[in-house]
Write a protein that binds this ligand. Sequence first.
Ligand SMILES: Cc1cc2nc3c(=O)[nH]c(=O)nc-3n(C[C@H](O)[C@H](O)[C@H](O)COP(=O)(O)OP(=O)(O)OC[C@H]3O[C@@H](n4cnc5c(N)ncnc54)[C@H](O)[C@@H]3O)c2cc1C
Length: 441
Amino acid sequence: MSKQREGRAVVLGGSMAGLFSARALSETFAEVVVVDRDELTGPNELRRGLPQGHHLHGLLARGQQITEEYFPGITEALTRGGAGSGDVADDVRWIINGKRLRKVHSELLVLTLSRPFLERHVRDRVLALPGVSFLEEADILRLETTGDRRTVTGVVVRRAGGAEETLHADLVVDATGRGSRTSVWLQEFGYEAVQEEKHKIGLGYTTRYYRVPDAAFEGDISINTVASAGVPRGAICQRIEGDRAIVTAYGILGDHPPTEPEGFLGFVKSLAAPDIHEVLEVSEPIDDPVAYKFPTNLRRHYQRMTDFPAGLLVIGDAVCSFNPSYAQGMTVAALGSLVLRRHLAATHRPDPIRYFEDLARDAIDGCWEMAVGADLSFPEVEGERTEEVRQAHAFIAQVQEAATRDASVARAYARVIGLVDSPAVLHTPQIEAALAVTGQR
Ligand SMILES: Cc1cc2nc3c(=O)[nH]c(=O)nc-3n(C[C@H](O)[C@H](O)[C@H](O)COP(=O)(O)OP(=O)(O)OC[C@H]3O[C@@H](n4cnc5c(N)ncnc54)[C@H](O)[C@@H]3O)c2cc1C
């Protein structure tokens, strides 16, 4: 980077979107301050501000690639620290509609690990970057602006037990997650309301950790029994660091896995395939099941605003939070940080509307369509099923069926859901021919 690093950026929120943003900002700004209400660097890894961190977090292949590009050597460090590591289509047992997908080498690496473990490694790398510091245990209260409200100049925070203080900034990046206050603050400043799009899914997660005998996984690092229209319940069972396995089960529209141990096991037994239940029968639980509810997909369409103050950007779940069972959130945060990085290469204070347009196009639109579209494949989920949506469901069902038999389809599908390739690759002549050969078209 030939440009001189100068000025100060403040990142609101020190979770994955905040950390990826800090990495991007550190290339341009002399100082980057990451503010969070939690004690980020403390010993308690399951922090209050990250309740979802107890539950299974898969980093999609594209997110894994970006993470390694940002922090060279981190993959090896995570693996050395105990993360499972393997090929996403060869070492993961994918079960869709009760059938196993064909195993194939996809050349896409997947790590199996807990969210706090991943976050700690990323955070340590971010903290080691020149000019980056963390302001921990500080509540973000409000934005500071110029008198005409046209430019954000900083943020007011309060440290634990302390008085309010203002952190001045040339650029503020809001990465405070789904509960972000930016949309409210903007209205208080007199800006139009951001358009919010919500889709109800009534998802419930329940997670339990186990000691699993080595042989039980039969050489795989993860078993993913995916919820489908026929059986709208799913679960993932993964080897993670600390010689443990994490099992997260989920169901939609109030059909939630119980937290009472027998009920949890019964829910896992009711899935479309017996694989995970068989593993649990020979495993030992090491804690009690814990639940999490996720009512709606939520997107804030900042790219549709016609006016937005300078010196402020928003990223990560604060813009878009998806059905977590598709495991897109962290990768979308990473993709968002690449958009941020690109805009920062031109100027310290990117044009917000242009940034939001690029963020929508390059990081969010495709994933949002995929997630909302996939949710509509469950008949019980409310929403309009246009002809286009119905055709997409029929096509994906064909791809999934063909992927149980045909290696090239299984590989292409893994690369699409890993956000490495565009869904367009599923329409190439080679894949179309494979669908036809397997009698699916
Ligand atoms: C149950 C569940 C499972 C998930 N599984 C996956 C998965 O498998 N794969 C995946 O990629 N994604 C998954 N996600 C999504 C993923 O957790 C997020 O996309 C990811 O954490 C990025 O979010 P973020 O950094 O934007 O916000 P968050 O992770 O929500 O972090 C926001 C941060 O801001 C801080 N903060 C908020 N308000 C304030 C304030 N006023 N003052 C100070 N600090 C504040 C919080 O302490 C927190 O650290 C899952 C989500 C859920 C709910």
